[in-house]
Design a protein around this ligand. Structure first.
Ligand SMILES: Nc1ncnc2c1ncn2[C@@H]1O[C@H](COP(=O)(O)OP(=O)(O)OP(=O)(O)O)[C@@H](O)[C@H]1O
Ligand SMILES: [Mg+2]
Length: 266
C-alpha cells in the first residue's frame, strides 16, 4: 500500500507543486492519474518511488518510508517505474542485458535470471529481439523492452508515467493490454495518462489540479458528474457519443451529421 500523508512539495521555495496531499493506493488496484500539463502528476509519481522527497508530510510503502535512506532500496524493488520516453531508462547495448541489468541490480538469484528474462520478454512479445540494440527499435518496441525490464524485477506496484503517449493507437492498445494482464496477475497498476479513453478501463481515477486531488473515485462517476473542462480534460469519445444520443434522439437518425458535429472544432 502506498500512502501519502499530508504531503507538501516544491522545487523552488514559495512555489508549491504538491499541496497537503493525502491518499492511499491499496495492493491490487488499477488507478489512473489525470490532470493538465504541469499539475503535478510526474512529481507525485517520483514522490511515490522516493526519487523526490516530501518537504512536509510522509510517503510510505507499507512500513517503508521514502525519507529513510535505508528503506529506499526496498522501495525501488517493490515499485517499478516506466517513463514516458523509454530512452531515458536504457543503460545497456542490447535487449537481453537491458532486462538482466535491472534484475542484477536488485540481486535476483542467478538461477532465476534466465527464466524471468524469458517470461518478461514473452509477456511483451519481444522474445525474438534478445540481441537487438534498444536504440534501434521502434518507439513501441522500446517501450515494451522498458516494460519487460520492470516486469522481470517483479515489483508489486508499477507506475506508468505517460508510457503510452509516444505510441500509435495499436502500440497504445498493446501496452494497455499488457497493463491489464499484469493487473490480472496481481500487480498494482498506476497509470498516468492524457488519454481519457484509457481512463475508462481503470477502476479508480485521481484527478489532479494545481497540486491537489480534485476527484478520487470511479471514472464513470467523474465523467457523468463533473465538468471536465474545469480541469482542461475532455470526455472520452464513448461518453460524448452516449451523451449526444441521450440528449437528442433526433440526431440518431442523422448519424453523418452527428459524426460531423462530433469532430468539428467550434
Ligand atoms: N525539476 C524541476 N525543477 C523545477 N520545477 C519543476 C521540475 N519538474 C517539474 N517542475 C514544475 O513542477 C510543476 C509540476 O510538474 P510535473 O512534471 O509534476 O507536471 P505533470 O502533471 O507531470 O505535467 P505533464 O502532463 O506535462 O507531464 C510544473 O509547474 C513544472 O514546471
Ligand atoms: Mg508528467
Amino acid at each position: 500500500m502506498i500512502t501519502f500523508d499530508h504531503v507538501h512539495f516544491y522545487y523552488k521555495k514559495g512555489q508549491p507543486v504538491i499541496n497537503n496531499m493525502s491518499f492511499t493506493i491499496g495492493t491490487g488496484e488499477f488507478v489512473a492519474i489525470v490532470g493538465s500539463n504541469g499539475c503535478g502528476k510526474s512529481t507525485i509519481a517520483k514522490l511515490m518511488d522516493g526519487l523526490l522527497l516530501p518537504k512536509k508530510g510522509s510517503v510510505t510503502f507499507n512500513n517503508l518510508d521514502t525519507s529513510r535512506p535505508t528503506d529506499l532500496d526496498m522501495i525501488h524493488e517493490h515499485i517499478g517505474f516506466v517513463f514516458q520516453n523509454p530512452e531515458d531508462q536504457f543503460i545497456t547495448t542490447n535487449v537481453m542485458d537491458e532486462v538482466v541489468f535491472g534484475m542484477e541490480n536488485i540481486r535476483v538469484p542467478r538461477e532465476e535470471i534466465q527464466s524471468r528474462l524469458d517470461h518478461a520478454l514473452r509477456a511483451v512479445q519481444m522474445e525474438d529481439y534478445l540481441d537487438s540494440m534498444p536504440h534501434q527499435l521502434s518507439g513501441g518496441q522500446k517501450q515494451r523492452v522498458a516494460i519487460a525490464a520492470i516486469v522481470a524485477m517483479r515489483p508489486q506496484f508499477i507506475i506508468f508515467d505517460e508510457a503510452t503517449s509516444m505510441l500509435d493507437p495499436l502500440g497504445r492498445e498493446h501496452v494497455l493490454s499488457i497493463m491489464h494482464e499484469l493487473h490480472r496477475l496481481g500487480m498494482t497498476i498506476i497509470h498516468i495518462t492524457h488519454h481519457m479513453e484509457e481512463v475508462l478501463s481503470a477502476e479508480r481515477i485521481l484527478v489532479i489540479h494545481e497540486g491537489r486531488i480534485e476527484f478520487d473515485g470511479n471514472p464513470l462517476t467523474f465523467f457523468e458528474t463533473v465538468d471536465v473542462k474545469d480541469y482542461q480534460l475532455e470526455l472520452p469519445f464513448a461518453v460524448r457519443l452516449y451523451q449526444m444520443l441521450y440528449q437528442s434522439t433526433s440526431l440518431m437518425a442523422d448519424w453523418k451529421e452527428m459524426i460531423r458535429i462530433q469532430w468539428s472544432i467550434n
